[in-house]
Ligand binder design. Structure first.
Ligand SMILES: Nc1ncnc2c1ncn2[C@@H]1O[C@H](COP(=O)(O)OP(=O)(O)OP(=O)(O)O)[C@@H](O)[C@H]1O
Ligand SMILES: [Zn+2]
Length: 896
């Protein structure tokens, strides 16, 4: 078998890769992490799916991609196959969405079926594949480190010996199954046997005979008793008929007696009722009599001699029309009284009003008179004042005749005097200032003269032109003093004149005032004197009016008194009318009473008639009842005469005897019936038991036949089981010997040194390495490199053993080695190259090796380079151009 081509899409670090694989030795090389191992894993995965993975399915899909596609073309036993898988990531997990294996005459669909088919074709499952053909990176020690048991399983599996074990196991299970069933059946058989023994111990047939003969006896006795029973039952029947008739007659008599009693009671009750009604009648009669005598006495007070209703009615009409008349008169009189009373009231009011008005008029007149008097006194006072004022004014007017000016010029005069006074005062002030200056100048001149200096220019006095003026100056001072004296006198004189002028001004104003006062007073007096007469006349008028009002008031009072008298008269009339009204009312009441009494008397008479009739009815009813009573009594007598006591007594005796006899017979019959039923039950039970026993015998026969058959089946299964065990031991022995020799051969080829003599593989697949000196060594005690060599040797030996096949040659998968040189020194690398070539020589179709080693690269038929783009982190694969030596290839493949 060989791989022809692998194509990848989004598988791990591959975005898109397509690689054709040649037969022979292919070395895959490239830097770390470039994707070499991934390429081999892809092939493995293509064949076995997720079983080829250590991790989960989503691990194979390029991180970030949604789906991956892996396709592998391979040829096997001369046929071409193509397997395709598509993995799709959904959420957190991935699923195989497509899985198809296409062969020359088959197409297998679905991951499970494809894996089963691949396992069948290659005769190995994924585990066997890695144990034999595919030495994964870092798994070189896997087979050595495994326990002998595991190793045995692994190699047995690879050599298909596992199947024999499976068959043996199946045979054993079948045997155990049969044993289980057989044991069950045996148990059932012994159970049946004990049941049969139990039943047979019961002596069933004998019991059945005894029961049946007893049943016959019972039936006979029953028949006899029933013949005796019949006449006794008849005698009892006849006696019962006689007694029954007697009881019926007795019941009829009782019924009649109760009817008789009822009738007697009813008659008595009606009699009592009749008595009561007679009492009621006499009560009504008495009451009617009382009413009649009352009516007679009332009638005596009226003007009637008989209580007839027509007369009563006529009298009533008469009285009622009179009553109406009296009522109307009272009404009229009341109105009249009302009118008079209100007239009296109005007149009294009027009198009072007039009196009050007269009073107020008088008071007003008095007041006005008093005012007039005081005004007269005032006027005479004013007249006196007026003449005094006239005198004063005349005197003042005369005083102005002596005045310096006339009355109109007084103000102008005062103003001119005042102005003169101002001038004079200014003159005095001027003179005083001039005088003071002159006096100071004189004093200075005198001082300077004493000092000898000129007062004018300060030069020495001698010869000063100014000294001569001093005398003149002294004269001027004296003049000024005289002039000032005169001016001061003029001021004094003018002050006196101003005072007088002011006095005149005052007097003129005073006179003006008085003259105007005088004028006013005069007008006032004239006016006052004018209206006195008129006012006195008004007072007189008021008094006259008051007199008139008082006269009217007196008239009104008289009218009121008259009206009151009228009221009294009318009142008396009303009193008379009321007396008459009550007389008529009483007469009417008496009439009413007579009518009422008439009615009462009639009612009582009616009641008497009614009660009499009821009594007559009652009498009639009781007569009828008495007749019926007589009938019932006759009937009762007849019934009582009908039956003879002796006859009844006889029937009773007969009945009792018959009953006692029947009781005895019936009790016995009942016992017999019960016994009969019991016997029939027991017979049924025994018959059933007999049937059961028979079927138990039959069942026993069947089961013992089955047990015999099971036993022989069990023996056969045991033989089969033993046979598979023997076969496996034998085959394994043969394979172990062949594997041991192949292992020694390969190891010798691969191992350079000369330390070890041989390797032993025993029946339990225990591996032992023997040193030259014959000392044994556990493979785990070997060095790391030695172990790697040992493992490679073992792998290759197994691969060869399988290739040789158990029954002829088998097409093997490519031998795949991932980094096999890791632990090897250069010498051993050379040996590995040799081994590879030897394997090729043994007819291994295709060897795939991942390695960096130059020597291995050099030995390759085909060189595949894997690279990783550092920017995209995506890997690519390709053949190293011309690396294939066509001649060498022809030589290598020539042996196939
Ligand atoms: N699902 C994935 N998606 C993308 N990259 C992946 C995925 N799984 C693995 N890788 C990357 O693939 C690269 C290749 O790994 P691989 O083991 O094939 O390399 P190698 O060439 O065998 O290296 P070495 O020489 O060290 O054995 C790794 O760098 C890893 O990060
Ligand atoms: Zn001078």
């Amino acid at each position: 078998m060989r791989f022809d081509r692998v194509r990848l899409e989004h598988f791990k670090c591959y975005a898109d890769a397509d690689l054709v694989l040649e037969p022979g030795v292919t070395v895959i090389h490239g830097p770390n992490g470039s994707g070499k191992s991934s390429l081999l894993e892809a092939c493995f995965f293509a064949l076995y799916g997720h079983r080829a993975l250590d991790k989960t399915l989503d691990d194979v899909v390029t991180i970030g991609a949604e789906d991956a596609r892996i396709e592998l073309w391979f040829s096997h036993a001369g046929r071409d196959y193509h397997v395709e898988r598509e993995i799709r990531v959904r959420g957190d997990s991935a699923q195989t969405t497509t899985c198809v294996l296409e062969g020359p005459d088959e197409t297998v669909d679905g991951a499970t079926d494809v894996r089963a088919r691949v396992t069948e074709l290659l005769r190995m499952d994924s585990e066997a594949f890695v144990n034999c053909a595919y030495v994964r990176q870092g798994e070189v020690n896997k087979l050595i480190n495994a326990s002998p048991g595991d190793r045995q399983d692994m190699i047995d599996d690879l050599l298909q010996l596992g199947k024999l074990e499976t068959y043996r196991e199946r045979a054993k299970n079948a045997r155990l199954g049969v044993k289980h069933v057989r044991d069950d059946k045996r148990g059932a058989l012994s159970e049946l046997e004990s049941q049969i023994t139990e039943k047979e111990d019961e002596e069933l047939y004998q019991r059945l005979n005894g029961l049946e003969s007893e049943l016959k006896e019972v039936e006979n006795e029953v028949a006899q008793l029933e013949t005796k029973r019949e006449p006794a039952a008849e005698t009892r029947q006849q006696a019962e008929t006689v007694l029954e008739e007697y009881r019926e007659a007795q019941a009829d008599i009782e019924e009649l007696e109760s009817e008789i009693a009822d009738l007697e009671a009813a008659i008595e009750k009606r009699e009592a009722e009749r008595e009561r009604k007679a009492d009621e009648i006499s009560e009504h009669r008495e009451t009617a009599e009382e009413r009649r005598s009352e009516r007679a006495s009332v009638l005596a007070e009226t003007e009637l001699d008989r209580p007839e209703s027509a007369a009563l009615e006529a009298r009533r009409e008469e009285l009622e029309s009179r009553l109406e008349e009296v009522r109307e008169s009272i009404q009229e009189r009341l109105l009249e009284k009302q009118e008079h009373a209100s007239t009296a009231e109005r007149a009294a009011e009027r009198a009072e009003e007039h009196t009050a008005e007269a009073q107020s008029k008088r008071e007003e007149a008095d007041e006005r008179e008093r005012d007039l008097e005081s005004d007269r006194e005032q006027l005479s006072e004013r007249r006196e004042k007026l003449s005094a004022l006239e005198e004063t004014v005349a005197t003042n007017r005369e005083a102005f005749d002596e005045a310096p000016v006339d009355r109109d010029g007084v103000e102008d005069h005062r103003e001119s005097v005042a102005s003169d006074l101002t001038d004079a005062r200014e003159r005095v002030a001027e003179l005083e200032a001039t005088l003071t200056a002159k006096r100071e100048a004189v004093a200075e001149t005198e001082r300077l003269r004493e000092e000898g200096k000129c007062p004018e220019c300060g030069q020495p006095v001698e010869d000063s032109p100014h000294v001569e003026t001093l005398d003149d100056d002294r004269e001027a001072v004296a003049d000024l003093e005289a002039e000032l004296e005169a001016a001061r006198e003029r001021v004094t004189e003018l002050e006196e004149r101003l005072r007088r002028a002011e006095e005149w001004v005052e007097r003129a104003a005073d006179l003006d005032q008085r003259e105007s006062n005088l004028e006013n007073l005069r007008t006032l007096v004239d006016e006052q004197a004018g209206n006195f007469e008129e006012r006195a006349a008004a007072v007189e008028r008021l008094r006259e009016e008051a007199d008139d009002l008082e006269a009217e008031a007196a008239e009104a009072r008289e009218a009121a008194a008259e009206a009151r008298e009228e009221v009294a008269t009318v009142k008396t009339a009303i009193g008379d009318l009321n007396t008459e009204k009550s007389t008529v009312d009483e007469a009417l009441e008496r009439l009413d009473r007579v009518v009422d009494l008439n009615e009462a008397i009639t009612e009582h008479e009616d009641a008497v008639a009614r009660l009499r009739e009821q009594r007559a009815n009652l009498t009639e009813q009781n007569d009828l009842r008495r007749e019926r009573l007589a009938e019932k009594r006759a009937e009762r007598r007849e019934l009582a005469d009908e039956f003879d006591e002796d006859q009844v007594e006889h029937a009773r005796g007969e009945k009792e005897r018959a009953e006692q006899y029947l009781e005895k017979i019936d009790a016995r019959l009942e016992d017999l019936h019960e016994r009969e039923i019991d016997l029939r039950d027991a017979i049924g039970g025994v018959r059933n038991d007999i049937e059961t026993l028979e079927s138990l015998h039959q069942r026993h026969e069947e089961v013992s036949a089955t047990v015999d058959r099971l036993q022989s089946l069990y023996d056969e299964a045991y033989e089969l089981q033993e046979m598979y065990a023997d076969l496996r031991a034998e085959l394994r022995q043969r394979n172990v010997r062949r594997l041991e020799s192949l292992l020694n051969e390969t190891f010798e080829l691969l191992y350079q040194n000369d330390s070890y003599a041989r390797i032993e593989l025993d029946g339990e697949y225990d591996l032992t390495v023997f040193q030259k000196d014959g000392e044994p060594l556990d493979p785990e005690q070997l060095s790391g490199g030695e172990r790697a060599i040992f493992n490679l040797a073992l792998r290759c030996a197994i691969y060869r053993l399988l290739a040789e096949g158990i029954e002829g040659e088998t097409p093997m998968p490519p031998l795949i080695l991932d980094e096999p040189t890791v632990f090897l020194d250069s010498g051993h690398v050379s040996k590995l190259v040799e081994l590879v070539e030897t394997m090729r020589g043994f007819g291994v179709e295709q060897i795939l090796v991942v390695s960096h080693d130059e020597e291995l690269v050099g030995a390759a038929d085909d060189l595949v380079t894997v690279e990783k783009d550092t920017t995209t982190n995506r890997s690519s694969v390709g053949h190293e151009g011309g690396a294939i030596d066509a001649a060498a290839l022809a030589e290598l493949t020539g042996d196939d």
